[in-house]
Design a protein around this ligand. Structure first.
Ligand SMILES: C[S@@+](CC[C@H](N)C(=O)[O-])C[C@H]1O[C@@H](n2cnc3c(N)ncnc32)[C@H](O)[C@@H]1O
Length: 250
């Protein structure tokens, strides 16, 4: 069923881009699909939280779980007054999370940030095609983020350990950027870094929404156990696995 849908989508793309040579273009796309390339990279875009997100192999394909993260985060953000409040999508990749938040809560002042200049190009294109006015910054983690400037944080960093990476399906290992997936210290490196460095950039009352690996919930609670952090919670995804970590400061 899903393969039929994929083939129909590929034919549509071939018809749109190559009206004079549709069959050759279609067969070339189909060949890539048969070799295991994810359909999202062949189509070069997905629909995510009301936006069309352009993709290439410089960025991770946003996962369905990340839509749950965004849904839960936006619900909490709307519960609070979010006018003139600033949201940072740290490690933004394609920008899908931050742009989804901007679509849902237009008054938010949204910043997208990533270390990869190629990812920043994709995020910039996505802000333009979706006509969303956001700030986009290339930088290593929080180096370019101003002191006490963040009210809400969306954070889906690389969190796959070396061991887990080796067991990922071949299509992920072969086609998706390693820098977007793999993190040292059993996948916990960026959460530890966040624990140390975030206090500088957070405004009082800030709320933080993380995506985490399904075996990392207990470790996250431990990493963020100092009294600076409030209301730390591990939340589950649709399959009942730990997948999100929310917390706040006073
Ligand atoms: C798991 S991907 C998430 C992308 C996007 N947030 C999403 O949910 O689709 C992690 C991103 O972190 C970025 N990244 C890796 N190391 C970084 C660093 N030191 N500072 C900022 N971004 C980094 C990668 O380039 C990649 O785009």
């Amino acid at each position: 069923m899903s393969r039929n849908r994929d083939l129909r989508d590929l034919r549509l793309k071939a018809e749109q881009l190559f009206p004079g040579n549709t069959e050759d273009a279609y067969l070339s796309y189909k060949g890539r699909l048969e070799k295991g390339e994810p359909i999202a990279y062949i189509l070069e875009n997905i629909e995510f939280f009301g936006n069309t997100i352009h993709l290439n192999r410089d960025v991770l394909i946003p996962r369905m779980e990340s839509e749950i993260l965004l849904e839960m985060a936006c619900k909490e953000i709307k519960h609070r007054s979010f006018e003139n409040k600033a949201l940072l999508d740290l490690c933004c990749g394609s920008g899908a999370l931050g742009l989804g938040a901007k679509r849902e809560c237009p008054e938010l002042l949204v910043t997208l940030s990533d270390i990869s200049s190629d990812a920043i190009k994709v995020a910039t294109k996505n802000s333009e095609v979706n006509n969303l006015d956001v700030q986009i910054i290339q930088g290593d983690f929080l180096e370019k983020i101003e002191d006490q400037s963040v009210d809400f944080l969306l954070f889906n960093p690389p969190y796959i350990s070396k061991k887990e990476y080796e067991s990922l399906e071949c299509a992920v290992q072969y086609f998706e950027p390693k820098q977007a997936l793999l993190a040292p210290e059993k996948g916990l490196f960026f959460y530890r870094k966040a624990q140390e460095e975030l206090p500088r950039v957070l405004k009082s009352g800030a709320q933080l929404f993380f995506e985490i690996g399904y075996q990392q919930g207990a470790a996250l609670i431990k990493i963020f156990s100092s009294t600076f952090w409030k209301n730390t919670r591990v939340l589950k995804d649709w399959s009942g696995l730990d997948r999100f970590f929310f917390l706040e400061i006073q």
